[in-house]
Design a protein around this ligand. Sequence first.
Ligand code: MD6
Ligand code: FE
Length: 218
Amino acid sequence: MSTLDLFEGLQTPTQAIESLAQQACVLRGFALPFVEALLPALDSICAAAPFRHMVTPGGFSMSVALTNCGRLGWTSDRSGYRYSAIDPTTEQPWPALPTSFLALATAAADAAGFPDFVPDACLINRYQPGARMSLHQDKDERDYAWPIISVSLGIPATFLFGGHHRADKAQRVPLFHGDVVVWGGEDRLRYHGVAPIREALHSVLGAQRINLTFRKAG
Ligand code: MD6
Ligand code: FE
């Protein structure tokens, strides 16, 4: 065990794990001990790769603003969704995955029963009040054996966690600053989304919700 592991273990005692499905759960407050390290790293990423509203293949501008860090970044335009090593806005590689991001993602995956997870992509989404994400599956990654790790920061959201068909009734899961949702295995391809964000103010992040989703994309 490294000193970093020991530190994390001390910072996150007995974990509140809420099951959403066989291989999906919410780790309440799991990210809180990491936040102080995450926020300055997030500022550097957003300075190098600014938030932008991507356009869907259908021609709509997404209400959520997006950027990425890691070797691969998720992008969308009229020709489709894909992962790319180059940010189409800056024409530069995406900023590297900060150590604090990596430590949080691997610790959360471990806690949820997915050892050995090493993400190569982190989508960073900014939701301002009114922004939403409609039900979708995350299926642009190469290997669905790896889970999705989703970290909520800032103002609250209602996460919609559905089934394997778009029409399946979705659970409504309130998510708060510091919560982490993990889904993998048989639940990896479940439909999910975010209900329209309500007006609110977070003491540190103001009137926004930042969501980090970690994937092994390549
Ligand atoms: C969330 N986000 O914001 C869940 N998926 O809680 C997502 O499911 C998601 O933000 C694909 C791309 C971006 C996302
Ligand atoms: Fe998603």
